[in-house]
Ligand binder design. Structure first.
Ligand SMILES: Cc1ncc(COP(=O)(O)O)c(C=O)c1O
Length: 445
């Protein structure tokens, strides 16, 4: 039976049309993820729901790992916990051979609780409280120093434990990408990084064994990694010559782009995002060009977003709709921007659960929060959806779950679809107990 909808007259909004035209009939449809029906997922596990695909993670990992290992004999990945630290996700990466890259004592503890040994943890970040730094030192973690105060802390720890501590320093630099990430570590161009090493050498309590840089995120220019590697290798050569240290490893951080659509960029990700081979070529060629030692350094990568973004989906259900005074159709979804932190920067794919009759019209997607800012898509061409329609939002695997905020509604569940299309719950939906767990009521009240 055809559905009746009251007719409306809509102004054609030319600001919505890109030079590729406005899609009046195109509908992007996804009724399943890895063979599992999206309605079955929301019926069984609730809506909204984060869904992760193990197959997608493993495929992406293997592709990137092969790109590097086929060019370079000594490469290791460190899973960037902050990108997604759901335990099951971290475990998949560890099972694939990744060590852990953490930026806080909380993430460090999470990795340890998952069975990762201290020696297999890279400890980054601008704030490492001293007592936790000490634990990490005792457990032989790879400490990446961010600033001079940390050098002092580590020297005190070296005295307290009566040992020499192997360390790496984080270096920031100009790679032609702006704005430059110069907040973390020691600067290369103004000699700060070299001075830090000189300082470490003078006291003799720490031993420099590694150099680290993380030049930014969603890097669309693979050549920036060539620049970074050349500079890190120059520093390595100079340090080895001047101070006699053996730099065992260099760490090029993360930052490889995923196939997400950055706001303000017209071309599709397939056109503008460098391939795994582009990134691998840029880095490994630069190492070969600059290496002066008879040994090649171990190469670490802390790739986050590139490996997990496309493996994550958010399912959300239409709970109602209305017609706004400007003529636009407004849909109320059960997922809001508090679950989609990265919606500020990216235009996600929004896919429909089936084909809907009729032409597309300018629509707006709003979340369930009683806040005017809860806008997932301001202008999107959609056919007439129904109450109960399930939309799939992707790619949302990177940074969204970790930064999703419990606000107004409970934080939703997350599931993992394994390679045999079995669904596993990896995080239950929050409830009143989880939210109230740490609250305390003063007796006087
Ligand atoms: C030190 C460090 N390593 C790795 C990453 C992961 O970056 P990405 O997700 O862009 O690969 C980050 C993210 O900011 C970082 O700060």
């Amino acid at each position: 039976m055809k559905k009746y909808e009251k007719p409306t007259i809509n102004r054609v909004d030319f600001t919505m049309a890109s030079k590729y035209g406005s899609p009046l009939k195109t509908q992007k449809i996804r009724n399943s993820i890895d063979g599992v029906d999206v309605h079955k997922l929301t019926e069984n596990y609730g809506s909204p729901l984060f869904v992760f695909s193990q197959k997608a993670i493993e495929e992406k990992y293997k592709k990137l790992y092969e790109a590097f290992s086929s060019r370079y004999p000594n490469v290791k990945f460190g899973w960037s916990y902050k990108t997604n630290y759901l335990n099951a996700i971290c475990k998949i990466f560890h099972n694939l051979g990744s060590i852990a890259e953490v930026v806080s004592e909380f993430e460090y503890q999470k990795a340890r609780a998952l069975g990762v040994e201290g020696k297999d943890i890279i400890f980054n970040g601008p704030y490492k409280p001293k007592e936790h730094l000490k634990t990490a030192v005792k457990e032989k973690a790879k400490i990446h120093i961010d600033h001079l105060f940390e050098i002092n802390d580590l020297e005190e720890i070296a005295d307290e434990l009566d040992i020499k501590i192997p360390v790496a320093i984080r270096v920031n630099m100009d790679t032609g990408i702006y704005p430059q990430w110069s907040r973390f570590g020691f600067n290369f161009e103004n000699g700060e990084a070299y001075e830090a090493v000189k300082r470490i050498h003078k006291e003799g309590k720490l031993v420099l064994t590694g150099l680290h840089t993380h030049i930014g995120t969603f890097m669309l220019d693979a050549n920036a990694y060539r620049e970074a590697t050349l500079k890190l290798m120059d520093l390595k050569n100079q340090i080895e010559e001047d101070f006699g240290y053996e730099i065992e490893y260099i760490d090029l951080g993360g930052g490889f782009a995923s196939k997400n659509r950055l706001k303000g960029i017209y071309q599709p990700p397939e056109v503008i995002v460098p391939t795994a081979d582009d990134y691998a070529n840029a880095i490994t060629n630069a190492i070969y060009e600059k290496n002066k030692s008879d040994k090649l350094p171990l190469l670490y990568l802390e790739t986050g977003r590139h490996l997990i973004d496309e493996a994550g989906y958010l399912l959300t259900t239409v709970v109602g709709y209305k017609r706004f005074p400007d003529g636009r159709k407004g849909y109320i979804l059960d997922a809001g921007v508090n679950l989609l932190y990265t919606s500020t920067w990216y235009n996600f794919n929004i896919e429909l659960d089936k084909h809907y009759e009729g032409l597309n019209e300018p629509s707006m997607l709003n979340g369930p929060l009683c806040m005017n800012i809860d806008v997932i898509e301001e202008n999107i061409m959609l056919p007439s959806l129904e109450r109960g329609s399930v939309l799939t939002i992707s790619p949302v695997g990177a940074y969204n779950y970790t930064q999703a905020m419990q606000f107004i509604r409970y934080k939703p569940a997350a599931v993992l679809i394994d390679k045999n299309s079995n669904v596993h719950i990896i995080k239950e939906e929050d409830d009143l107990q989880t939210v109230n767990f740490k609250e305390r009521m003063p007796k006087e009240l």
